[in-house]
Design a protein around this ligand. Structure first.
Ligand SMILES: Nc1ncnc2c1ncn2[C@@H]1O[C@H](COP(=O)(O)OP(=O)(O)OP(=O)(O)O)[C@@H](O)[C@H]1O
Ligand SMILES: [Mg+2]
Length: 442
């Protein structure tokens, strides 16, 4: 049994005597990439497919302007669109490119040149485009996309499905990915601030992750922190106050501990990390099993880039783990992706400290302010404002219109959420273990 690699060095005090982060390695970041861990834990996850991305797709994401596919499957609302008001430079595009800055001479001679950048995705990378379309269909017709680490949560204002990352076509995905700073970060800055490695650095393969979309209840999403292979802290992920969570406290901790001890504790190659879960409701009538099994949504680095939400990183770094597990066994089967449970898991869980579960309390200053959204969604991006003021571009007007609709929907949605659990996110909408585990595609 190989020793578990990747244990970050212990935190050290900085010059001011404060606890500082241990160095974050490239390997640690790669272990938190969806394509690394999903095959190991897929039966505890939302049904997902992983699609390796090609260099031309990555270039497409990086480019200014949004050229969309012009095949019928990607334009479900094409017949509803009215583009009489403007003449797009590329008839395949739903949106015009941003206005050209006359001071920028670098691309001034490109106007008449045929360019791959102007081809719609279905002609520029047809196989990948088709793969995305067919995977959406295979996953039930709507998906939640992300790259290796991040979802485009900061770009939902532009979506056809406002205030969500729901996508029902490849074009929906392209718009979200191209509009998201979080996605750009995955592609360009994932390894910033990593400690230099002496060996040749492991390669990075950008991937598109498509997860079967369901109406998730934000109140039942939690972020968990693991230190020295011990579950030390759990925080509510959505920063709203939900009164009903108080009575669910023991059930939440139990469900998360089950997932951790049976699946992650000894098999994840890092001793310190964070993971996100969704715990669907089981039954309102069942007092013992109020919640269903916890589903693994994501694994995040033990690093400043992971939001500790209701905790502070200084608190987490200073937690003293009574029974640290340094290193640990990885069985051959587990490395192969099979997921056997250890018979001693339950006993070990008994002996461990209880993780602290932190919920948003009534009148908590940390609670979400309904009048100020989490990201920059309350502001129109400067490009959109500039372009809409510069002329009568119908595409930009549409963006602004979408934004206004989003704003209205967000306010109404937020007010609705204050009432409690609502009727969404029921267990049947989540992957059933072993039945729809999904897999990777290459
Ligand atoms: N399959 C799904 N269906 C519907 N919504 C989903 C699905 N998967 C994730 N979400 C929603 O998207 C949110 C973000 O997903 P995820 O945690 O994977 O993104 P992230 O970019 O890694 O977030 P963070 O930066 O907080 O780590 C989740 O909190 C959840 O609300
Ligand atoms: Mg994450």
């Amino acid at each position: 049994m190989p020793a578990i690699e990747g244990k970050p060095a212990q935190p050290v005090a900085n010059q001011d005597g404060e606890v500082a982060f241990p160095p974050v390695t490239r390997e640690h970041i790669l272990h938190c990439s969806y394509d690394y861990w999903f095959p190991k834990y897929r039966t505890s996850c939302i049904r997902s497919e992983i699609i390796p991305l090609t260099p031309d797709f990555v270039s497409y994401i990086h480019e200014d302007g949004i050229v969309l596919a012009d095949d019928p499957s990607s334009n479900p609302n094409q017949e509803e669109e009215d583009d009489d008001d403007w003449e797009p430079t590329n008839p395949s595009s739903d949106f015009p490119p941003p206005p050209r800055d006359p001071r920028d001479e670098s691309d001034s001679d490109d106007d008449d040149e045929p360019s791959a950048a102007r081809l719609p995705p279905n002609k520029r990378f047809p196989e990948l485009h088709q793969k995305i379309e067919s995977t959406i269909a295979q996953l039930g017709g709507s998906v939640a996309p992300k790259l290796n680490w991040s979802s485009p949560r900061d770009a939902t204002w532009i979506s056809r499905h406002p205030n969500t990352i729901k996508c029902t076509s490849a074009n929906d995905i392209y718009i979200l990915l191209k509009s998201s700073s979080f996605i750009s970060h995955d592609l360009d800055h994932a390894f910033d601030d990593c400690a230099p490695t002496s060996q040749s650095p492991p390669p990075f393969q950008p991937v598109l992750v498509l997860r079967s979309y369901f109406n998730i209840l934000p109140s039942l999403e939690f972020r968990c922190f693991v230190k020295d292979r011990n579950l030390v802290a759990i925080t509510q992920r959505d920063p709203n106050y939900y009164p009903f969570l108080r009575s669910l406290r023991p059930h939440i901790t139990t469900r998360i501990r089950e997932l951790f001890t049976k699946r992650l504790k000894f098999t994840f190659p890092e001793a310190d990390f964070s993971f996100d879960v969704y715990i669907p409701e089981a039954s309102y009538d069942d007092e013992v099993n109020r919640l269903g099994r916890a589903r693994l949504i994501d694994i995040n680095p033990w690093a400043p880039r992971t939001d500790p939400i209701l905790f502070g990183w200084d608190e987490l770094l200073e937690i003293n783990v009574k029974r640290p597990v340094i290193g640990g066994p990885l069985s051959a089967q587990e490395e192969d992706g099979s997921e056997e449970e250890s018979e001693s898991d339950d006993e070990e869980a008994e002996e461990e400290d209880q993780p602290e579960l932190r919920l948003v309390e009534k009148d908590d200053p940390a609670a979400y302010n309904f009048s100020s959204p989490a990201f920059s969604a309350h502001k129109l991006p400067k490009d959109v404002v500039d372009a809409s003021q510069a002329g009568e571009g119908g595409g930009m007007r549409e963006l602004a219109e979408r934004f206004r609709e989003f704003e209205t929907g967000r306010r109404e949605g937020a007010q609705g959420q204050q009432g409690g659990q609502g009727g969404q996110g029921r267990v049947e909408e989540v992957t059933e273990e072993g039945e729809q585990g999904g897999g990777t595609s290459t």
